[in-house]
Design a protein around this ligand. Structure first.
Ligand SMILES: Cc1cc2nc3c(=O)[nH]c(=O)nc-3n(C[C@H](O)[C@H](O)[C@H](O)COP(=O)(O)O)c2cc1C
Length: 489
């Protein structure tokens, strides 16, 4: 099995195993209608040949919120139909909306919780999901994804902290699964077996007393038994540990579970891949083959390929990486991986979302509302004699260089610590980089490459070697060098 081979997600045949998970764009107005900017955003993924496009969380009910797409009324269907038509015209991608129900939040920090829902209100949620799915089908989508992750209603029922004591009893796994089961059946009854029904839920809640991968295995198994066509995993993103900002409604990505949901540059690559692998193994051992998507700081083509080839995932979800460069699939397929504009996980996109501002990528050219068009065959930036200088201060290595001319959008600073392979330490727009993560007593090597708006890299500068002095006396010396240990390149 390889990453770029087609795969059947029930009735949906995706052309490859790369999916862009739902990512709120804040490009719609508060009215919730599809507009041209929304269409441009999703068409961009289709021209980049992303296998499955999951359209951002789309409300199934009329409850007030910031800018958010909606499928809560028939009036929204024509806009979605136009979005689907334009995406199909642009490339081979399949497309589903993520349909969401959420409860009320107030600027005071108050939020409605699931124990307040009456049986009638729960029935209405089930009906709203089915109605929204039927509208998605009318609009021509390939399926829907039932949002059961993060801080939202279905996730709160699945949660180990579900406080209900009725037929949705939070003390039993079956009670926690009951509402998802009802929603699934209602949706399937409306759309039939020829329309895809996927689900997104948490592999771990990442909150105190939240569930871990052990419950997630069984939740996934139940979803497989019910008949979902794919499962996309996420982690965290809960209200329980969110930090309230004065005068702002709670945003569920402000606490530790929010960090885990959109892990920033401090996290290593693939921090959650082991969870998807464990869940997939468990589901497969029970005789089910529902495709499972692994998500979380995956951007390297080799990593993505390996996860699929070794059976750790069926699908690879990349949110921020595909926002940065929607042409990832096309470039990888055309052996142009070195032209991929690599996400640096700076989380500027997350901050924009949090502040209800249009979601852009920091790596795009200033002012761009969408990722720039791919330009295969165009020349990479020419950055001759860049003259990088180094200055050391206590705990810091500072690199400076002369600005490159032409179409340069920024600079990748590559770094190797103590003989380990080079990795991109930072992408910067200016002409300096300060490394505050150096450890005294180790030697660092750096080079810089300029990149243009579509990710093409200049030749690297000369490599600079910086021995960072020990700030204190060391009583021990290493017993082996990096080369002896096989860490060198
Ligand atoms: C700006 C932004 C908006 C997001 N909106 C959604 C959303 O609407 N629904 C959802 O399930 N996840 C949402 N996510 C989470 C992503 O789908 C994804 O799980 C997360 O970013 C980790 O994947 P990554 O490391 O590939 O970015 C959002 C993430 C970001 C950065």
């Amino acid at each position: 099995m390889t990453l770029l081979e087609p795969l059947d997600l029930g009735p949906i045949r995706v052309p490859n195993r790369v999916l862009v998970p739902a990512m709120v764009t804040r490009l719609s107005g508060e009215d919730g209608f599809v507009n041209d900017s929304i269409i441009d955003r999703y068409v961009r993924y289709a021209t980049g040949h992303v296998g499955l496009i999951v359209v951002e969380a789309t409300a199934i009910h009329q409850s007030k919120s910031g800018p958010l797409l909606r499928l809560s009324d028939d009036a929204f269907t024509p806009g979605h139909a136009e979005l689907v038509r334009r995406v199909r015209d642009a490339g081979p991608s399949k497309i589903v909306p993520q349909i969401i129900h959420f409860l009320k939040v107030a600027r005071s920090g108050w939020r409605q919780t699931i124990d307040s829902l009456s049986p009638g209100e729960i029935d209405a949620i089930v009906t709203d999901f089915a109605d929204a799915a039927a509208r998605a089908q009318d609009a021509g989508y390939d399926g829907v994804e039932i949002h059961s992750a993060h801080a939202y209603t279905l996730s709160s029922f699945l949660s180990a902290r579900n406080p209900r004591r009725d037929g949705y009893d939070g003390r039993t796994l079956e009670g926690r699964l009951a509402l998802f089961g009802r929603v699934y059946h209602a949706v399937r009854a409306r759309v039939g077996s020829g329309f895809g029904v996927g689900a997104r839920f948490l592999a771990e809640e990442c909150i105190k007393d939240g569930y871990t991968v052990e419950d997630a295995k069984r939740i996934a198994l139940r979803m497989a038994m019910l008949g979902v066509d794919y499962i996309s995993l996420s982690v965290g993103g809960k209200f329980e540990d969110a930090v309230h900002r004065e005068g702002q409604p709670l945003y569920p990505y402000t606490g530790y579970s929010g960090d885990r949901c959109m892990p920033g540059d401090a996290y290593p690559p693939l921090p959650h891949a082991h969870l998807a692998a464990a869940i997939k193994q468990y589901v497969n051992q029970h005789g089910y083959t529902v495709p499972i998507a692994s998500v979380g700081k995956i951007s390297d083509p080799g990593d993505a390929e390996r996860l699929v080839a070794t059976g750790q995932a069926d699908l690879i979800g990349m949110a921020r990486q595909l926002l940065a460069d929607p042409d990832w699939v096309k470039k990888v397929a055309q052996n142009r991986s070195d032209e991929v504009l690599r996400c640096i996980y700076c989380n500027v996109c997350k901050q924009l979302d949090e502040n209800f501002k249009e979601v852009h990528c920091f790596l795009w050219p200033k002012g761009a509302r969408q990722a720039p068009a791919d330009q295969p065959g165009a020349r990479p930036p020419d950055w001759a004699a860049p003259d990088v200088t180094v200055e050391q201060r206590p705990g810091e290595v500072r690199l400076r260089w002369r600005r490159a001319g032409g179409d340069v959008a920024g600079y990748d600073v590559w770094r190797s610590e103590a003989g380990a392979p080079f990795v991109v330490a930072e992408a910067v727009k200016g002409t300096q980089f300060v490394d505050r993560k150096v450890l005294g007593g180790l030697t660092y090597r750096y080079f810089v490459r300029a990149y243009d708006a579509v990710g093409r890299q200049s030749a690297p500068t000369d490599t600079l070697t910086v021995a960072v002095p020990a700030p204190v006396a060391f009583d021990r010396q290493p017993v082996a060098t990096a080369d002896d240990l096989g860490r060198g390149e």
